[in-house]
Design a protein around this ligand. Structure first.
Ligand code: AP5
Ligand code: MG
Length: 231
């Protein structure tokens, strides 16, 4: 297709959005934009935004829509950024955010919304086992029932749990997904944008399912540009 892909990737916390978006961004040749990663970078840099949002993130609450929309506008506001295409990981995650995205960028704000479907009982142990490298940011999983890996297999840096991967914050985040993101999924589906992929299985297996669905959808869209008629 002539234009770069613009995709929304959704899914319950721990569904593997970040894991799969890294691969998919390379496959499609478009930037990976994770609002969670952007917000954590603001927190780490102790910017005014980071100071304001740290408590929300660590406790597993959603950051207020206006702050997230400003952050996305900063990153996607220019025609150049839009032309480069994008994979939106974790944004939008409320109906208000979804409507704002399409209001600002128009009906082609996303060619496809991909939901990685993983049941809550599968994501919980994934989140508990997640380790993030403090040096390079690589995400890995502590072996089930085994000792924690002391260092990152990519760069040798120290690894740690994410501040919001506590039992309490995980409960809150999963509940918010049902409350806040379910209406967004229904809305995206009603506009013919939503495709669901089974996210259970080995990461390579899940990636193969994703590329089959995404490549087919993008190819059929380029043959039939009128696929998305309204929003
Ligand atoms: P964000 O960083 O987006 O976190 P999240 O939504 O909780 O999702 P996760 O990053 O936890 O899950 P993931 O699906 O990326 O899983 P991953 O690939 O890492 O947001 C964090 C916070 O920022 C929010 O709670 C909120 O406060 C704020 N925020 C962000 N966006 C916002 C927005 N739009 N509006 C308002 N607030 C916002 O995988 C998880 C683990 O599983 C890893 O260890 C991985 O190695 C492992 N894994 C991955 N795939 C598999 C597999 N197939 N099999 C086994 N293990 C696997
Ligand atoms: Mg993530």
């Amino acid at each position: 297709m002539g234009e770069r892909a613009r995709l929304i990737v959704l899914g319950r916390q721990g569904a593997g959005k970040g894991t799969q978006c890294i691969r998919l961004a390379e496959h499609l040749g478009v930037p990976h934009l994770s609002t969670g990663d952007l917000l954590r970078a603001e927190v780490a840099a102790a910017t005014p935004l980071g100071t304001e949002v740290a408590g929300y993130i660590d406790d597993g609450h959603l950051v207020p829509d206006d702050l997230v929309l400003d952050l996305v506008a900063t990153n996607l506001g220019s025609p150049r950024a839009r032309a480069a295409g994008y994979l939106l990981d974790g944004f939008p995650r409320t109906l208000a955010q979804g409507q704002a995205l399409f209001e600002v960028l128009g009906r082609d704000a996303a060619h496809l919304a991909l939901e990685l479907h993983v049941p809550a009982e599968v994501v919980r142990p994934r989140l508990a086992a997640r380790r993030v490298c403090l040096g390079c940011g690589a995400v890995s999983s502590a072996p089930a029932g085994g000792a924690d890996p002391a260092t990152c297999s990519e760069c040798g840096g120290d690894v740690s749990r994410r501040a919001d991967d506590t039992d309490e914050a995980i409960d809150r985040r999963l509940a918010l997904y049902e409350e806040q993101s379910a209406p967004l999924l229904i809305w995206l589906d009603s506009h013919g944008l939503l495709t669901s992929v089974d996210g259970v299985g080995e990461p390579e297996e899940v990636f193969a399912r994703i590329t089959t669905v995404v490549d087919t959808a993008l190819a059929s869209r380029s043959e039939s540009p009128g696929l998305v008629e309204s929003h």
